[in-house]
Design a protein around this ligand. Structure first.
Ligand code: M6R
Length: 623
């Protein structure tokens, strides 16, 4: 959560910071701010709301400074107010800090600082950092020598202050006493440093600085960097001291188009339409001579065959991908598989042994609970396999093996293309395990792989005509609640459909396995109550139809996702959204797409921002 960007160079930095922040808004957008060195002082401008609001405010200021830091916030400690917005300042306003992460011991640090006469203005954990640095600069005992501070003194002061912190941070600090210098540091939160012809830059995500540089260094935990117009240096920080270290720049050749909408009205729609490409890319090169290849798993077939239990851990949409995978792994490979939200798993003392494979699924690769669960599982001796969308992300780095989902950057907060990438990758894993253990023959694997690949074209068919989806959405948009039901793979899809709807349209939605309706949720149904059913061709199709008849008898407005050619469903459902025929095991790949579009259409009809739903952030880096 929270995005940081900083730049020091030869030219005025205001627009560079605002453009960088705009690209980081997926990390949070409840307030934003900048601190820019200007005529020997720090000019700090913050405001509640998103980056465009801040940009508007900055338009009224004449800011020519060439060194500055900026922040877009997702509130953790303290409400999303202007006072709590970053950057935060020291008492005398000569130090400004932007921070992503959580300082766990901030309450005691705050009390300590207050006892020593510091006046803290905000409710945030971050503000203590600015004050601790100030103390280190001045010396706690003696009245200090701010004016004689050198850039190296500044780095040391930051390092010493950081040694007092418990928790996680990526931060950037500037001081009016050391013009043109940014000090950046990280622990458990991402931070990228870049060397540009026009100066040096730092950001939470490379996308924020790609316009200025393609030569970057990903700061490691415990490292501090000193950025100046002429370049940057990196230090290993320990016990408050700093030792310069060698580092290598990595040249990045990403295309900036990935961060643009590509002609669609919103990122969500663009990303939904990218899904056929994601399926194809995820599968490319994954079968050789009839054998599934996932070299990244880095397990021999003997080790694969020793696996006697799988635990899938994830959050949100990634968790729903895990539910789908459980059916595939148990169905094809016959390995007992549990799926659990990471925030429960990490505190539950689960049974994990060296023959357990833990599969951690995370689009961002930096979800705090998923990371904590990975660490716990590894301590218990399990092999951990990560499925993520972000190259070099913490999940990728901390897992024994990793599959990248090939979705490319997902900007919209609601996961869509990364979800299909996850489901496709997990299907590959199920096929690999099944083949390795002799549960599927080479011929069966070839056939299943081909059918899996065919889903890409079938998703294209769904995307080509959305009229039935739009009509169903129009008839449900005014509802105050909706129920999503399905059985088997359809139940997992129902959970994802309900999450998508509530997340972007704020329309309350529940999801249940259809067989559970009679055990409570059917009481919700009255005249016109929307019931969205996954009623695709499956072994439990007849059971789902019976459940729908029960809902119909009570006046429900039924929207059915059904398989092309199913005429029977028309007599039950007011709206039928057909998808192409597909094997039940792979049906989530198709059935989830109309539900993404359904949620988006309702959200737009209700006037919601589909890319930046309220209260959410793309990366949940705090628990
Ligand atoms: O980056 P992750 O996959 O670990 O994120 C997990 C959830 O926060 C995420 O899937 C969230 O539920 C999405 N906003 C859903 O669209």
């Amino acid at each position: 959560m929270c995005g940081i960007v900083g730049f020091t160079g030869k030219q005025p930095v205001k627009d560079v910071l605002i453009e960088g922040l705009a690209k980081l808004e997926y990390r949070g957008y409840d307030s934003a701010g900048v601190a820019i060195e200007q005529s020997g002082a720090l000019e700090v401008i913050r405001r509640r709301g998103n980056v465009s609001g801040l940009a508007h405010t900055l338009g009224h200021f004449d800011l020519e400074g060439t060194c500055g830091i900026a922040h877009t916030r997702w509130a953790t400690h303290g409400r999303p107010t202007e006072t709590n917005a970053h950057p935060h300042l020291s008492c005398d306003g000569r130090i400004a800090v932007v921070h992503n992460g959580i300082i766990e011991n901030f309450v005691e640090l705050r009390e300590e600082l207050a006892r020593r006469g510091h006046d803290l203005a905000s409710d945030t954990d971050t503000e203590v950092i600015a004050h601790l640095i100030e103390e280190e600069v001045k010396g706690i005992e003696k009245e200090g020598d701010f004016d004689s501070m050198s850039p190296d003194d500044f780095v040391r002061a930051v390092s010493r202050a950081l040694s007092r912190l418990v928790g996680s941070y990526a931060l950037a600090v500037i001081s009016s006493a050391v013009p043109g210098v940014i000090v950046a540091a990280r622990k458990d939160s991402p931070l990228i440093i870049g060397s540009a012809p026009a100066g040096s830059c730092v950001a939470s995500d490379i996308i924020a600085i790609l316009d200025h540089t393609r030569d970057v260094f990903a700061l490691e935990d415990g490292q501090i960097a000193k950025l100046a117009e002429s370049g940057f240096e990196v230090y290993a920080a320990g016990d408050g001291e700093c030792v310069p270290i060698e580092f290598e720049l990595v040249h990045v050749d990403w295309n900036m188009d990935i961060a643009e909408k590509g002609g669609y009205s919103d990122f969500l729609l663009k990303e939904i339409h990218e899904q056929p490409r994601v399926i194809r890319d995820t599968l490319a090169g994954r079968i050789v001579n009839g054998s599934i290849v996932i070299d990244e798993l880095d397990l021999t077939s003997e080790e694969l065959n020793l696996i006697d239990r799988i635990n899938i851990i994830a959050c949100g949409t990634s968790y729903h991908a895990g539910l789908i995978a459980k059916n595939l792994i148990e169905g094809y490979a016959r390995i007992p598989t549990e799926v659990e939200v990471a925030s429960e798993f990490r505190y539950r003392n689960p049974i994990i042994t060296p023959t357990t494979l833990v599969v951690a699924v995370s689009q961002s690769g930096e979800t705090a609970d998923t990371l904590a669960a990975i660490r716990d599982a590894r301590v218990k001796g399990a092999k951990v396999f990560g499925i993520t969308n972000v190259l070099g992300s913490p999940v990728a780095r901390e897992s024994d093996g990793v599959i990248y989902t090939k979705a490319n950057k997902e900007i919209s907060v609601a996961s869509t293309k990364s979800f299909l990438g996850q489901v496709t990758s997990l299907t590959l894993l199920a096929l690999l395990l099944a083949q390795s253990r002799g549960e599927l023959t080479t011929g069966q694997v070839k056939m299943l792989f081909r059918e899996l690949g065919d889903t890409a074209a079938k998703v294209e068919e769904i995307l080509a005509d959305t009229s039935a989806i739009d009509q169903a959405a129009a008839s449900c948009a005014d509802a105050s609640s909706a129920l999503f039901i399905g059985r088997g793979q359809g139940a997992a899809v129902a959970h994802e459909g309900a999450l998508k709807l509530k997340e972007i349209s704020y329309l309350h939605a529940e999801s249940y396995p259809a067989g559970e309706m009679k055990h409570g949720p059917i009481a919700l149904i009255n005249e016109g109550f929307p019931v969205i059913a996954i009623a695709t061709d499956s072994p439990t199709y007849d059971k789902v139809v019976s459940n729908l008849k029960e809902a119909q008898a009570r006046g429900a407005k039924i929207v059915a996702i059904a398989t092309e050619g199913d005429e029977q469903i028309r007599s039950i459902a007011e709206h039928v959204i057909y998808i192409p025929k597909v094997r039940d095991a792979f049906s989530p790949i198709l059935a989830s797409v109309p539900l993404q579009l359904f949620a988006r259409a309702i959200a737009l009809l209700r006037g919601c921002d589909v890319d930046q739903p309220r209260n959410l952030a793309k990366s949940v880096t705090v628990e």
